[in-house]
Design a protein around this ligand. Sequence first.
Ligand code: SAH
Length: 222
Amino acid sequence: MIQNGRARDPYEVARRRMVADQLVAGGIKDQRVLEAMLQVPRHEFVNPGMQNQAYEDRPLQIGMAQTISQPLMVAIMTEALELKGGEKILEIGTGSGYQAAILAELAKDIYTIERLDTLSIRARRVLHKLLYKNIHFRIGDGTLGWPEEAPFDCIVVTAGSPEIQKNFIDQLKDGGRLVIPVGGETVQELVVITKVGGSFRTRNVTGCGFVKRIGEYGWKCE
Ligand code: SAH
């Protein structure tokens, strides 16, 4: 936790309301996830003119035709990882950096990949300002994973994908979890895959609508 030294901010009430009215009401039970979302200043991750909308129950545009995910979706994905604190996590789709911050509150090391350098650089600046030291950034095609740092305890993919990729499962530790939205270009199913021995178990969590994941193993174009 790095809230020490972070000044009280004018959005504290809005954040408390977001946690109660959207996350608890939406079925999130993991207290550590709720606490992290109470701590991380989501308004720092949106465009300056949109800060007063940061705690609303919806995704927001962050530029470059991309979005910061809806708070409940971030909470659902994070809860599905069942984090205890010592994990090494790979995130595909840094975007605003908000999900990376939530993960950094709850796990040991976060490796996050973004294909658009403008977004990666901006996220890096915000996360540095908020004093996160356990997030590692890469600009490039996340569909390839991060083989040099594998294996990971968890991989979380925050952009929609046509299929579950084998190379992500290959980069998971035994017992590790992959959370990934799988399906069409606008509507997907959020799936949790747990690697067990040479095989894996799949569980569907909820319907969702992420932006497209573009790359070698994703959609081929915007
Ligand atoms: N996790 C983000 C939301 C991500 S939106 C947040 O908390 O704000 C999805 C992001 O995935 C976009 O920024 C998009 O540019 C990125 N993306 C799409 N395809 C990608 C790929 N193949 N590799 C890395 N990033 C990708």
